[in-house]
Design a protein. Structure first.
Length: 99
């Protein structure tokens, strides 16, 4: 997987465009393992928190996430500071069924 995610286009498991990576969050314990993407879906839409687990990079540099675009649109919104607190992360984990 690409080590620089910011600016890469994100597509869903069906190849549908989701948005562009605007930020990345790393594991709190290791600080080296990326765990969440902040995906900017475009003008007049709020950025969403999407897990990196299960994603991969195409030869064209797009990040494919293992979720449907509609499901991502319902994901937790990321605030302007781009730092999800514990409640936001728990909500995202529940939404994406991460244990």
């Amino acid at each position: 997987m690409h080590t620089t995610y910011t600016g890469h286009q994100v597509i869903d498991e069906h190849g549908e465009p989701v948005g562009t990576v605007s930020d990345v969050f790393y594991d709190d314990e290791t600080s080296t393992e990326p765990t969440w993407l902040v995906v900017d879906p475009g003008v007049f839409r709020k950025e969403r928190l999407v897990p990196i687990a299960g994603s991969y990079e195409t030869d064209e540099g797009k990040i494919v996430v293992p979720f449907d675009r509609k499901w991502i649109k319902q994901a937790p919104v990321v605030d302007a500071h781009h730092y999800p607190d514990d409640a936001a992360r728990q909500h995202a984990e529940q939404h994406f069924q991460i244990t």
